[in-house]
Design a binder for this molecule. Structure first.
Ligand code: IMP
Length: 421
C-alpha cells in the first residue's frame, strides 16, 4: 500500500522524467496529476531517447499502467501523436496500459490561439508561456466553462461548452479558427479516446487497497506552482504534492513518500525572477554542458548556482521526505562551486522566499563557496567512490534542506544513478 509522489523542487526541468522512469520499474501505476503538454520529460533507455509530454514516464515498462489524472489538461491531438510515435517505436500503448480521466479538461485550438494572443498583448510583461494553451484551458476550468474529455462523446455538449466559452469575444477576428472543423475534430478525438476513459479516483483507490505500488508524477516544479511559485510568472496548475490529491482524487493521508527532485544547479525557462541566475560564461558553460534547452519549445534555459532557499521552500510546501540530486556530472571540472543559502534584500538578510514578487526580484544571493572536483563522475555507481568534494557538495545540500539525499544522478542513462543507503 504505497503511494509516492515525485515533485520538482525548482522551476521544472529537474530531471523528473528520468527519476520517474527509474522508480516506475517497481510501480504498478504511474499517474500524471497536473499540467499538460507544456511538460517535457526525457527518458533515455540504451541508445533510445524518448521525449514524453503527456504520457506518464512509466510507459516504457509493459506491465505498468499509466494514468492521466483529472487535474491534467489534455490536447488530444498531441496525446495521439505521442501514442502513435511510441507504437511505431515498438512500445506497447493500449487501452489496458493507458487510462485517461473522464473529467480531465480539454485543450482546444481556441485555447492554443488565445495563449499566443495573450502573450502578444502582454508585450514587456509576457510570461514566456510554452504556447500550448495551458493557461486559457485552466482559466475555463476555474470559470466553470471548461470542456471535459467525456463531453467530447456528444456533439451537442461540445457545442454548448464552446458557446459558453464565448470565443467571438475572446479571440480577435483574424485568429478565429473554423468552428465547424473544430467541432468535427473534437468529436473524432472523443471517439478515439473513449476506450481509455475511466474514473481515476476509483481506479487508484481500488489499486491502493489491493496493495499496488503507485507513483504520482509531477510536471513543472514548485516555483512554477500557481499558489506557491513566483506568481504571475508561473504555470496555471499546482505541481506541488498537494496538487496530486486534487488532481487524482485521493486523500493526503494516502501518500507515504514525497520525493523531491533537485538539479545540482538551477535552471529556468521563460520570464520571471531568478536570484542565482548567471548571465556570464559560467552560466553559458552550465547550459552547454547540461544541454539546457527546452524539451518542449527548444528555448535556451537560464542557468544559475544552486539555491537552497528555494529548496527549503519546496521542502516545506511539498512535505518532501527524500531528495534526489540530478546532473551532478555537469559540475565536473569546475574549480569553485557556489551555493546560495540566504538572500540579501535592502541590507536585510532573509532565508525564506519572499511572497512579494518585486521583493524577490530584488533579492541578491549570499553564497557559500565550495571547492569543486576534477574527476569524471558520470560512470560512478557507488557513493563512496564519488570525489570527496562531490560528497561534501551533496551533504551540504542535504544539510541545508534538512532532508536526506537518497539518489544521485550522474547522466541521462538509467544506470548512471547512485543509490545512497
Ligand atoms: P505555461 O505552463 O505554458 O502557461 O507557461 C508558464 C511558465 O511555466 C513559463 O515560464 C514556462 O516556460 C514555464 N513552464 C511550463 N512548463 C514547463 C516545464 O515543463 N518546464 C519548465 N518550465 C515550464
Amino acid at each position: 500500500m504505497t503511494i509516492h509522489v515525485v515533485v520538482g523542487t525548482q522551476w521544472g526541468d529537474e530531471g523528473k522524467g528520468k527519476i520517474t522512469d527509474l522508480l516506475a520499474k517497481e510501480a504498478d501505476f504511474v499517474v500524471r496529476y497536473q499540467g499538460g503538454n507544456n511538460a517535457g520529460h526525457t527518458v533515455v533507455v540504451g541508445e533510445d531517447t524518448f521525449k514524453l509530454h503527456l504520457i506518464p514516464s512509466g510507459i516504457l515498462y509493459p506491465n505498468t499502467v499509466c494514468v492521466i489524472g483529472g487535474g491534467v489538461v489534455i490536447d488530444l491531438e498531441v496525446l495521439f501523436k505521442e501514442i502513435d510515435e511510441l507504437q511505431q517505436r515498438g512500445i506497447k500503448v493500449g487501452y489496458e496500459n493507458l487510462k485517461v480521466a473522464k473529467t480531465a479538461h480539454v485543450i482546444t485550438p481556441y485555447h492554443r490561439l488565445l495563449d499566443g494572443q495573450q502573450e502578444e498583448k502582454r508585450k514587456e510583461e509576457r510570461i514566456g508561456t510554452t504556447g500550448r494553451g495551458i493557461g486559457p484551458t485552466y482559466a475555463d476550468k476555474i470559470a466553470r466553462t471548461g470542456l471535459r474529455v467525456m463531453d467530447l462523446l456528444n456533439a451537442e455538449w461540445i457545442m454548448g461548452r464552446l458557446k459558453a466559452q464565448r470565443w467571438e469575444e475572446r479571440l480577435t477576428a483574424e485568429k478565429q479558427p473554423d468552428h465547424k472543423q473544430v467541432v468535427a475534430d473534437l468529436l473524432a478525438l472523443g471517439q478515439r479516446v473513449a476506450p481509455h476513459l475511466v474514473d481515476v479516483s476509483q481506479l487508484i483507490f481500488r489499486a491502493h487497497h489491493k496493495g499496488k505500488m503507485i507513483l504520482f508524477e509531477g510536471a513543472q516544479g514548485t516555483m512554477l506552482d500557481v499558489d506557491h511559485g513566483t506568481y504571475p510568472y508561473v504555470t496555471s496548475s499546482n505541481p506541488i504534492s498537494g496538487g496530486a490529491c486534487a488532481g487524482v482524487g485521493i486523500g493526503p493521508n494516502q501518500i507515504s513518500e514525497v520525493i523531491g527532485v533537485a538539479k545540482a544547479y538551477v535552471t529556468r525557462v521563460g520570464e520571471g525572477p531568478f536570484p542565482t541566475e548567471l548571465k556570464n560564461d559560467t552560466g553559458n558553460l552550465l547550459r552547454e554542458r547540461g544541454a539546457e534547452y527546452g524539451t518542449t519549445t527548444g528555448r535556451p534555459r537560464r542557468c544559475g548556482w544552486f539555491d537552497a532557499v528555494v529548496l527549503r521552500h519546496a521542502v516545506r510546501v511539498n512535505g518532501i521526505t527524500e531528495l534526489v540530486i540530478t546532473k551532478l556530472d555537469v559540475l565536473d571540472g569546475m574549480a569553485e562551486l557556489k551555493v546560495c543559502n540566504r538572500y540579501l534584500h535592502k541590507g536585510q538578510v532573509t532565508d525564506e522566499v519572499p511572497a512579494e514578487l518585486p521583493v524577490f526580484a530584488e533579492c541578491e544571493p549570499v553564497y557559500d563557496s565550495m571547492p569543486g572536483w576534477n574527476e569524471d563522475t558520470s560512470g560512478i555507481l557507488d557513493y563512496d567512490e564519488l570525489p570527496l568534494n562531490a560528497r561534501r557538495y551533496i551533504n551540504r545540500i542535504s544539510e541545508m534542506a534538512g532532508v536526506k539525499v537518497t539518489l544521485v544522478s550522474t547522466g541521462s542513462r538509467r544506470r548512471q544513478t547512485i543509490k545512497i543507503i
